[in-house]
Ligand binder design. Structure first.
Ligand SMILES: Nc1ncnc2c1ncn2[C@@H]1O[C@H](COP(=O)(O)OP(=O)(O)O)[C@@H](O)[C@H]1O
Ligand SMILES: [Mg+2]
Length: 347
């Protein structure tokens, strides 16, 4: 068990611009921290620097009480789980699980006990004598996790471990990883570009954008109080509507000055003309497209000014393209941002 600390960590790959632009983070002992952000924002680079697979250009990384900047990966007492499982195809599951421990000269009885325990936890006892090719994707993923678990490291690092799995299995494994991490209470850093995976797994989330941290917080904090328009549109689906106040096409009452008005699609209510009293925002929408996703539908339309707006309605609503509707939002559901995209204080 260990906390992990990053202090103003920077990375510039040879011959390129700075990739990680000064990241500071305190990851608590036993915490599951998720690094989320779009492709290319530096998630893998940051994780690989913690693992020791990539050098640190400047700054300091500590695992437990040790500064690990110059330590080899094998000296850092961490285990990494990748998206390509990297199992040895010619070895059985048991041999795959034993391999790393044997290399570290772990006594045979300890190896056996740890594999037994991990196999039970992961429910792969009946596959120990199989080769990886005789396993399904989900089972292989479990073995890959088993290999990390048997080492009993002080931290787990995950780099998009589920992105090769189909949608259903991904949800199952995500629940599984959460359960395992809780049970083992091992400090974990989990990288994903998938905001849904991030929201459901994380104790805390770090939203990374272009090599810097946009915001750190619990999933609900980021959902309710996004610090920037980037976080506001990255977390939540469909994305938060960002309306340019200068372009207009909507009516406001009692809303402070702000360059950009944010409203989540789920916070917009369809109202009839007589019902608009008491709302802080009101807008007429021409419906462009309706997407039925089951229990609900997403409606995409335009304001009179041409600005895009999306909102959610019950899946049973019969809304046609071209329909004219009025939507409204309460003041407590309105997010305000300045021209630079920062959330306005006190709101
Ligand atoms: N070994 C490397 N050499 C040079 N540039 C790299 C190297 N690895 C990654 N990069 C660049 O660093 C940036 C961040 O990459 P990466 O950390 O893989 O992002 P992510 O995991 O968030 O998709 C990208 O622009 C990528 O092209
Ligand atoms: Mg990556």
């Amino acid at each position: 068990m260990a906390k992990i600390t990053l202090n103003n960590v920077r990375k510039t790959y040879a011959g390129t611009v700075e990739t990680i632009k000064g990241v500071s983070l305190d990851i608590a002992d036993g915490e599951l921290l998720v690094l989320v952000g779009p492709s290319g924002c530096g998630k893998s680079t940051l994780l690989r620097m913690i693992a020791g697979l990539e050098s640190i250009t400047s700054g300091e990384i500590s695992i437990g009480d040790r500064v690990v900047n110059t330590l080899e990966p094998s000296e850092r007492d961490i285990a990494m789980v990748f998206q390509n499982y990297a199992l040895y195809p010619h070895m059985t599951v048991y041999q795959n699980l034993a391999y790393g421990l044997k290399n570290r000269n772990t006594p045979a009885d300890v190896i056996e006990a740890r594999i037994k325990k991990a196999a039970t936890t992961l429910e792969i006892e009946q596959y120990l004598e199989r080769k990886p090719r005789q396993l399904s994707g989900g089972q292989r993923q479990r073995v890959a996790m088993g290999r990390a678990i048997v080492r009993e490291p002080s931290a787990f690092l995950f780099d998009e471990p589920l992105s090769n799995l189909d949608a259903k299995l991904r949800v199952q494994m995500r629940v599984e990883i959460k359960r395992l991490q809780r049970a083992l209470a091992t400090t974990s850093v989990y990288v994903t570009h998938d905001q849904m995976e991030a929201m459901t797994l994380a104790d805390r989330l770090v939203v990374l954008n272009g090599g810097h941290i946009e915001q750190v917080g619990t999933p609900i904090e980021l959902y309710e109080k996004p610090a920037t328009t980037f976080v506001a549109t990255f977390i939540g689906s469909p994305s938060m509507n960002l309306l340019d106040r200068a372009r207009g096409g909507f009516d406001l009452s009692g809303v402070p000055e702000a360059a950009t008005i944010g409203i989540r699609p789920e916070d917009l209510k369809v109202v009839s003309d007589g019902q608009v009293a008491g709302y802080a925002l009101r807008a007429d929408v021409t419906v462009g497209a309706v997407e039925l996703v089951g229990a609900e539908s997403y409606v995409y339309g335009k304001l009179s000014s041409g600005q895009d707006i999306a909102f959610r309605v019950s899946g049973r609503s019969q809304i046609e393209t071209g329909a004219q509707m009025t939507v409204a939002a309460h003041s407590h559901d309105i997010h305000l941002f300045d021209a630079g995209g920062a959330r306005l204080a006190g709101h």
